[in-house]
Design a protein around this ligand. Structure first.
Ligand code: NAP
Length: 302
C-alpha cells in the first residue's frame, strides 16, 4: 500500500478485540513489497452486526478477509460455501469473495501451524505428540498433526464433554491426507497423564496460559500450562510448541530452553497462516514471508 487512491482494494480482519492484532502490519508490509494496490484493515465487530458487516463488505467488493476470535466458528454458518477442511473443523479463518455475492470460507491455520514442523529437520513419522487444550486452535493443530504420520496424538482437556466432542469431530478428519492410522486419544487434567506427557516427542500448548496480559503481569514460575512441577525433568529430545507469541519467549518456552528442548513459538504459525491467506486472495504463489516476519517481529518489540 504505497498510495491509497480510487482503485485501492480492501482486505481486512474481523474479530473482537482486534486492536492488538499483528495482521495489519504483516499484511500491509507484504502488500507494499508485492506492489499491490491493496490496503488491509482491522475491523472490530459485534456478533449481532457480523452478518451485516459481511454483506456490506461483499457489496463494496472487499477482496478478502481474515477472521479471528471469537468468530471463527460462527462465521462458518454465514458462508455460501466452505472448503472441506473448514467444514470438518467447523472453523473458518479466511474468507474469499465468491462470484455473484457471498463468501467462500476456508482455514489456513492448519497450514500455518504445520509450517514450522515441516520446515524443521525432524522426521515426525511414528513420533508421539501431546496437545494441551481442546479449544479452537487445538482443532487446527490436531488436524495438522494428523497429516504427519505420527504414532499417537493425545489431547488433554479439562472438561469431559468438550473433550469428547473434540475427539468425535477430529476423528472424522482422520486420513485428511495422512495414509497412516494415527491413534487419537484424550485424557482429562485429573488423569495420571504425567509420565505420558513427559515422554512425548512433541508437546503443544494451545491454552492461553502464559500469554501477556495488560491486566496482570506474567509470573514466569506460575504461568505455565499444567503448573510448574510437571516440567522439571524435560528431555532435550522433546520439542515444545507454544501457540502463543507474546511474550517471546513465553514462560513455558523459556523453561524448555533452559532444559535444552527445541522450542517453537506461535509467531511462525501466525505469519504462515497469513501468507497462505494472501496466496488465496491474490492468486500469487510468491508471498514475501520474510518481510511479513520482519514486520511482525518489529511490531512485537516492546
Ligand atoms: P479457545 O478456543 O478459548 O481454547 C482454549 C483452550 O484452552 C480450551 O480448551 C480451554 O479449556 C483451555 N484453557 C483455557 N484456560 C485454561 C486454564 N487456565 N487451564 C487449562 N486449560 C485452559 O482459544 P484458542 O482460540 O484455541 O486460542 C488459544 C491460544 O492460542 C491463545 O493464546 C491464542 O492467542 C493462541 N493462538 C495462536 C495462533 C497463532 O497463529 N499463533 C492462532 C490461534 C490461537 P476449556 O475448553 O475447558 O475452557
Amino acid at each position: 500500500m504505497s498510495h491509497i487512491n480510487s482503485k485501492t482494494q480492501l482486505l481486512g480482519l474481523l474479530g473482537k478485540p482486534v486492536q492488538h492484532s499483528l495482521s495489519p502490519v504483516m499484511h500491509n508490509a507484504a502488500i507494499k513489497t508485492m506492489g499491490l494496490n491493496f490496503c488491509y484493515l482491522a475491523f472490530p465487530c459485534d456478533s449481532e452486526g457480523l452478518s451485516d458487516v459481511l454483506t456490506g463488505l461483499s457489496a463494496i467488493n472487499c477482496r478478502g478477509l481474515n477472521v479471528t476470535i471469537p468468530y471463527k466458528k460462527d462465521i462458518a454458518k454465514q458462508c455460501r460455501e466452505l472448503s472441506p477442511l473448514a467444514q470438518h473443523l467447523g472453523a473458518v479463518n479466511t474468507l474469499i469473495p465468491m462470484e455473484n455475492d457471498g463468501w467462500f470460507g476456508t482455514n489456513t491455520d492448519v497450514e500455518g501451524f504445520l509450517a514450522p514442523l515441516i520446515n524443521s529437520s525432524t522426521n515426525w513419522t511414528d513420533q508421539q505428540a501431546f496437545v494441551i487444550g481442546c479449544g479452537g486452535s487445538a482443532r487446527a493443530a490436531v488436524a495438522g498433526l494428523q497429516t504427519l504420520k505420527l504414532k499417537q496424538i493425545t489431547i488433554l482437556g479439562r472438561n469431559q464433554k468438550r473433550l469428547d466432542l473434540f475427539l468425535k469431530d477430529l476423528k472424522t478428519l482422520d486420513g485428511y491426507s495422512s495414509q497412516q492410522k494415527t491413534i487419537l486419544q484424550g485424557c482429562l487434567e485429573k488423569d495420571n497423564y504425567i509420565p505420558e506427557i513427559i515422554s512425548a516427542d512433541l508437546i503443544i500448548n494451545t491454552t492461553p496460559i502464559g500469554m501477556a496480559s495488560e491486566s496482570k503481569p506474567l509470573d514466569p514460575s506460575q504461568d505455565l500450562p499444567l503448573g510448574s512441577e510437571i516440567w522439571k525433568n524435560l528431555s532435550p529430545q522433546t520439542t515444545l510448541y507454544d501457540l502463543i507469541y507474546n511474550p517471546r519467549p513465553t514462560p513455558w518456552l523459556s523453561l524448555g530452553k533452559s532444559q535444552g528442548c527445541r522450542c517453537i513459538d506461535g509467531l511462525e504459525m501466525l505469519i504462515q497462516q497469513g501468507a497462505a491467506s494472501m496466496r488465496l486472495w491474490t492468486q500469487q504463489k510468491n508471498i514475501p514471508i520474510k518481510v511479513m516476519r520482519e514486520a511482525a517481529e518489529k511490531a512485537l518489540k516492546p
